[in-house]
Design a binder for this molecule. Structure first.
Ligand code: MG
Ligand code: MG
Length: 253
């Protein structure tokens, strides 16, 4: 069942989303060579709790931290460790916050120091594919129009689009119906309805689309160990178009 949120609930979803947006903006500023993943995680947890919110991921199915930090060939679900960032790394940071029972979920991939042009291009294409997908979140479209928007934008670049993980409904639970794949046939799937809240999250690899999970049973890496990028927003579908609940523009100015 796909749960529709009332306008009042969407206001609460946006409040949670803005805690995530502010936190990710602060992580981006802090993600410099020499900073450890644990330091980023501690700052993020403090920031979330300073708003009376809680880190959604901490304890979720046993995940031990506030952030998922996935460096270079790590795709998603990396556990923050004492590893220190160095120039040339790219780090995907995924953050969730629960405020008054409602959840925001968003991710960015941050270049650290001097990053090669081909990897910056991968990040750029991945982020733009997310905005293509958000543009497809209009009432009357169908679910897999969102998926197709990602796929049709990414694939001409020759990148590997991750198939095993996808976006999802979001609300009072982190993962609600429906699943939002990053590949799909246009004009298929259920029609989008006002009140749907979705987390859309393309994961795009420089090389093969194939991924595997490390022995820690969390960290997903590319099979060829080439870098990967991940961007995510939580959005709400309304009669007036999509609202980006985790929009960072209030903090990035
Ligand atoms: Mg996420
Ligand atoms: Mg998500």
């Amino acid at each position: 069942m796909i749960i529709r949120k009332s306008p009042k609930e969407i206001v609460k979803m946006r409040a949670a989303g803005q805690v995530v947006a502010e936190t990710l903006t602060k992580v981006r500023k802090m993600a410099r060579p020499g900073v450890s993943l644990k330091e980023l995680d501690a700052m993020a947890e403090d920031n979330i709790r300073s708003h009376g919110a809680t880190p959604t991921f901490k304890g979720y199915r046993g995940f031990p931290a506030t952030l998922c930090t996935s460096v270079n060939e790590e795709v998603v679900h990396g556990i923050p460790s004492g590893r220190r960032l160095k120039s040339g790394d790219v780090i995907s940071v995924d953050c969730g916050a629960t405020l008054e029972g409602y959840i925001g979920d968003s991710a960015i991939t941050i270049p650290v120091g001097e990053v090669p042009e081909d990897i910056l291009h991968l990040l750029d294409v991945t982020e733009k594919s997310l905005y293509q997908a958000i543009d497809a979140c209009v009432v009357g479209n169908r679910l897999f129009d969102i998926s197709y928007a990602v796929q049709s934008y990414v694939e001409p670049h020759g990148y590997g689009l991750v198939r095993e993980y996808c976006g999802h409904g979001v609300g009072t639970k982190l993962h609600e119906q429906p699943q939002v794949p990053n590949l799909g046939r246009p004009h298929t799937g259920p029609r989008l309805k006002p009140g749907w809240c979705l987390a859309i999250e393309p994961m795009v690899n420089l090389g093969t689309h194939q991924v595997e999970t490390l022995e820690d049973e969390w960290t997903v890496v590319t099979r060829d160990r080439k870098p990967s990028a991940h961007f995510e927003h939580s959005i709400a579908i309304t009669e007036d178009g999509p609202i980006i609940l985790t929009d960072r523009s209030a903090f990035e100015a």
